[in-house]
Every structure is written in C-alpha cells, then in structure tokens.
Design a protein around this ligand. Structure first.
Ligand SMILES: Cc1cc2nc3c(=O)[nH]c(=O)nc-3n(C[C@H](O)[C@H](O)[C@H](O)COP(=O)(O)O)c2cc1C
Length: 192
C-alpha cells in the first residue's frame, strides 16, 4: 500500500510545510509507505495542451510529473495540502492536477483507460488560508479537488479547511493538529 502526500506550498517555513512534516512523522510512526510530492522542489512542467494524451492516454513530457500517472494508479490514498491563493489552489498543485489530464483523456476521450478505475483509493484535502473566515474562501479549491479525485478514482472522504493562518501559525494550534492526526489515521485505517 502507498499514500501520496502533496505539499502545494511554495514556502519553506509556512503552514503547509509544517503540516507536511507533521503528517510524515505520523506515517513513519505507523509504518505507512508514502511518496512525498513536494512540488516546489520537483521538476514538473505545466501541461501544454498538446493533445498527445488524447491519442495514446499518456503524457509526452518527460519529467517527474509524468511518473505521477503510474504512482496515483498504484496508490491507495492521496492527501493534498494546499494554501489558498485567490480562493483556489496554488499553481503548484494545479500544475500536478493538469498533468493528470492524460488519465482523463484515456478514460473519457479514448475510452481505453491507462488507469485502474476499480481500485479503492481514499482522498483527503487540507487547505490553509491566511485570512479570517469569509464566504467563498475555499470554494474554488473544493471544486477542483472534487473533479481531480473523480478523475483519479479516489473517494474524497476527509476535508479540513483552516483559516487565519497568517495571524496564527498552525504549529501553535494544537486542536487543529490533533484533528489532522485523526484524519491521517482514518485514511491509513481504510488503506488496503
Ligand atoms: C498569491 C497569494 C494569494 C492569496 N490568496 C488568499 C485568498 O484568496 N484567501 C486567503 O484567505 N488567503 C490568501 N492568501 C494567504 C495564504 O493562504 C496564507 O498565507 C497561507 O498561510 C499560505 O500557506 P503556507 O503558509 O502553507 O505557505 C494568499 C497568499 C498569496 C501569496
């Protein structure tokens, strides 16, 4: 079994990085095999919309992004951590998601999936937003996550939307960290 952990923040010492390190400590404690996708440190190009995946079901860009196609396929779970930028995901997370268009193309355009559709996969989304709560703060991000998890045949079972992170760093919010630990444990328990 393996879990994919995506850190979508470009910042080295922000809230997402702290949450990522915290989750890794739980996964290591529980002996869970995981793959860290720390987008800021990886070679992942933007989708160019070249259309090649509509002919073959695979992406032609040879970088670490293309490897994620198989890694999502083999995974039992995905946890996405993203800051909220303009009520949406960061460009880093969106770059990963757009590169999985090859999975979409293989399923819905070619109708010859290059991805196992019937495997059980669990998904969680953790968002950090700098401002105090306001309407629509997480709306854009949630729409994209919903579609992405559907494309990678992953059940979206856990969500945590954390606001006010510019004033209150997550490292000082014990009750939030406890909730994150509960989410990770629920995902781990459901992995086969
Ligand atoms: C380009 C940019 C856009 C942002 N847009 C929003 C926003 O729409 N809503 C919000 O609540 N915070 C917004 N923020 C604040 C971030 O969500 C906040 O700083 C968050 O803690 C960043 O995540 P990190 O600490 O993991 O890097 C924005 C920050 C940046 C740099």
């Amino acid at each position: 079994m393996s879990l994919i952990l995506i850190n979508g923040s470009p910042r080295k010492n922000g809230n997402s990085q702290y949450i990522t390190d915290f989750i890794i400590s739980i996964l290591e404690r529980e002996n869970v095999q995981y793959k860290l996708v720390d987008v800021k440190n990886m070679d992942i190009a933007y989708c160019t919309g070249c259309g090649a995946c509509e002919k073959t079901g695979w992406c032609v860009i040879k970088d670490q992004g293309v490897e994620l196609h198989r890694q999502f396929d083999e995974s039992s779970a995905t946890i996405i951590i993203s800051p909220i930028y303009f009520n949406s995901l960061t460009a880093q997370v969106k770059a990963v998601i757009d590169r999985m268009q090859a999975i979409y193309s293989s399923k819905y355009v070619l109708k010859k999936p290059t991805f196992e559709r019937n495997k059980e996969r669990q998904g969680a989304f953790i968002a950090v937003a700098g401002s105090p709560p306001y309407e629509e703060q997480f709306v854009g991000a949630k729409f994209i996550i919903d579609m992405f998890f559907k494309v990678i045949n992953t059940k979206w079972i856990e969500t945590m939307l954390i606001n006010d992170t510019d004033a209150k760093h997550i490292s000082k919010r014990d009750e939030k960290l406890k909730r994150i630990e509960d989410i990770v444990m629920r995902i781990v328990q459901k992995m086969d």
